[in-house]
Write a protein that binds this ligand. Structure first.
Ligand SMILES: [Mg+2]
Length: 231
């Protein structure tokens, strides 16, 4: 049981709803577009390289992804990519932005069980407009006291969030699917963190070491977090 928690923050993408599989679907289509130029696997690596180079400039989210796909097309094709290819890329991005929201199993039950007992918060990266739109479409807005759309999830970003919420680190619990973004920086500032792995993780969010901390917990599904919390 985790005691003295007042704020519970949830990551959104691949914690509350499906996200990464949509990026993977788009990436597969993108690599298919460039088959005449590069093997699919290489095109995928080139796209990742562009995304990483642009991260500081554009931040996270679908709009940044569209720009990185376009830039990758130009580089791979030596600036000879056809307007049809560029048009397809924009279309793929817009399709992603218009996807319906698919909630993960158990999410709404857990939020229902916890609301009224804790201040519930969404703490997510990504485009402001896109994340606001997803939250609205999700029907989950009513459960949250505060929505924080963060440009990054480093220790300094969590410090800022806790200051806004007027919450001490020891009273803060974050949960999400990324050890790198949702767990390690939160433990670093003295908060509690629960890892809820998702079946697939973006390469940028992967880490290959074990987390050991008395304030760290791991569950297989979001329903299990209720075991650690008083209701
Ligand atoms: Mg996530």
């Amino acid at each position: 049981m985790i005691h003295q928690i007042s704020v519970i923050a949830f990551d959104a993408d691949d914690t509350l709803w499906v996200n990464e599989p949509y990026f993977q679907e788009t990436e597969a289509k993108f690599c298919g577009l460039l088959e005449d130029y590069l093997p699919k696997h290489t095109a995928s690596q080139e796209l990742f390289k562009t995304e990483m180079a642009n991260l500081d400039l554009y931040g996270y989210g679908i709009k940044a992804y569209i720009l990185s796909m376009l830039e990758t097309v130009l580089r791979i094709t030596g600036n000879t990519g056809s307007p049809e290819i560029m048009h397809k890329v924009i279309q793929y991005g817009q399709e992603m932005l218009n996807k319906p929201i698919e909630l993960l199993d158990g999410v709404e039950d857990v939020l229902k069980a916890l609301s009224g007992h804790y201040r519930l918060v969404v703490a997510t990266k990504g485009d402001l407009l896109d994340q606001e739109r997803k939250l609205k479409k999700s029907g989950l807005e009513q459960y949250f006291h505060h929505i924080e759309i963060m440009s990054d999830k480093k220790e300094k970003d969590y410090h800022k969030l806790l200051k806004n919420l007027d919450c001490a680190p020891a009273e803060f619990l974050m949960m999400g699917n990324s050890l790198k973004s949702d767990v390690i920086p939160v433990l670093g500032i003295g908060g509690h963190a629960i890892h809820i792995p998702y079946h697939t993780t973006w390469e940028h969010e992967r880490i290959d070491y074990n987390v050991e901390d008395p304030k760290f917990y791991k569950v297989d599904s979001i329903r299990e977090i209720l075991r650690y919390l008083q209701k």
